[in-house]
Design a protein around this ligand. Sequence first.
Ligand code: BGC
Length: 709
Amino acid sequence: MRRIERLLAAMTLSEKLGQLNMVPGTRLVTGPGGHRDLGEGISAGRIGSVLNVWGAEQTDALQRSAMEHSRLKVPVLFALDVIHGHRTIFPVPLAEAGLFDPDTWEATARAAAAEAAQDGIALTFAPMLDVARDARWGRIVEGPGEDPWVAARFAEAKVHGWQGRAPDSRARFGATAKHFCAYGAVTAGREYASVDVAERTVHAVYLPPFAAAVGAGVFAIMPALTDLAGVPMTANAALLKVWLRARLGFDGVIVSDYNAVTDLCRHGVAADNLEAAVLALKAGVDIDMASGAYVQALPLALERGLVTSRDIDTSVRRVLRLKERLGLFDDPYQRGSRAAQDVLQTRALARAAARRAIVLLTLRRDVLTLDPALRRIALIGPLAAAGREMLGPWAAAGEPGEAVSVLEGLSAALPNCRIDCLAGVAIDGDATHEIASAVECCREAELVILCVGESASMSGEAASRAELGLPGSQRALADAVLAAGKPVVVLLFSGRPLAVPWLCERADALLAAWFLGSEAGHALADVLTGQSAPSGKLAVSWPRAGGQVPVFYAQRPSGRPSDETEHYSSRYLDVPFTPQFPFGHGLSYARIVLEAMQCVPAQVRGDGEIEVSVAVRNETNVGGEATVFLFIRDVVARVARPVLELRGVRKLQLGPSERGTVSWRLPVEMLAGLGDDPEPLPEPGLFEIHVGQSADPAGFLSARVELMP
Ligand code: BGC
């Protein structure tokens, strides 16, 4: 603290604003003059942090500008979007969420932090915690899916992974919870569009993950680029200052999104950079990423009395404190290269996470696991040999050449099998001339593995899609291959659920292969050969048609509940009202059943606890993993609650024919809605407890509990 106050007292206004100024670099510009401008700005104290520069040499050189040439020797902070891995890329977050395993969520973040720190990075712009229920929105890939309770658990695990577990101790690496908030609800799934959700929904759905991140001690938070009911989040004092800072006590740094301060003008709430900078600073935004508005306009704003030097000092103090927490004052440089052993361990973790993220969506015929006696496979499709695509969006330092394609993975796993590989069509585009050769190739084979889906760049930021089908001519390829009469296993790559009901019906097996990262090909081979059983579950409901979105299980009840046999009910004329696959869906080679549920007591008081246990049995002679979800329903409340709300997930490994039990002790508070507003306590009355292997009510075991007044 003394260091911070001493520095603050010594700083000129320009040096203070420099600390609030984050400037982008680009790694590609390395020649003479490349980073010189950054270096000069840092030496002059006009730049306090840098994004998008990484690598020991580059960050050390820039750090020397701060530590050797600047007047006050305040270390510069290097930040980067390390979203799902740094050099070693793990599955995209939407896929990793489907592990429903906080330990792995934490472990992959820890490993990525270690790699990024070696490259000079001290802060990541992750975890992305936007609850997303609209697959048109490309950024659904970056987050933990549709459920706020899962998102909150994901937030805690990731913050612990990135930063370590002791919240107030020094960590070498910091996390940024983003995008605060409700970015996932952009109008019509269109990127950067406006957001208009009820205040109740903001509190019950969009804020809980951020509350969890703050509870876990997250160092930084980034407001969304979007507005909320007309107030851009970068200027949203009610949520940033009142809710986040005053109510939750968040004392970390708020860093704007890219150019978001200046963008306030385009949002129509500021006339110029001066007004924009004032609005953002007054709302509590400490760091201006990339827009330069703070540096440019705050001196005049101060002169005019629109902001006070106290406002500025408060933000500078937070930034210096962040640098102190990250240990940058004591150890400003990166710490050498990784040992070979670490690389192997990280790759092993990537492979394990990737295989567990694979979701077996359908299995119609006995085509899996692959018969070890197979002699000839046709590996068809534009994603079959596409190593680079396996990394998915946001793979900044991931090396495409280090990513394992399906072809490479299968070839390594099946050395005695001939694998003929043909793209057939491009991922996008109209050309169909190779389809005939692809079909020819299938005819020669005993089994076809068809690799179709999106390219890595079709999801992520600025990648909304209005249609959720296969891009380009891939449907024509798939139709031709499916008509060839051979058993077909389909690997579907995407950063979002794709609406492909025809493929779900016709594939002999269909697997969601997402973007699994550096070890994708090996992980897929592990599952296809039965080396490991598929265990991934969907963290998001999977639509049948784009017109169903937003589709999610936690709907509120309707006065005319959905019923296909009832005309005047909440449904569609042309498509069933149910998703193609419910939240939590995911098959395995084993068949696991829930046999009996116990829920005691039947009546409970406000300070009590409910004990729920379920007997689980593996009906088959292969091992598998049970994933059991616990949902609640508040049957009658003054304000209607969703028909299902998730409150617990348990996993259990079961050997052949093995039985087991999963159980929970639920404090009564867990019957309340999520969020702190406006009903933090459950209302007395009847509650239903449902357990199932997905959100499909057909598979539920259920009990009732009465909460006594
Ligand atoms: C994205 C953020 C990201 C930032 C820095 C923005 O365009 O919205 O998620 O952290 O860029 O790269």
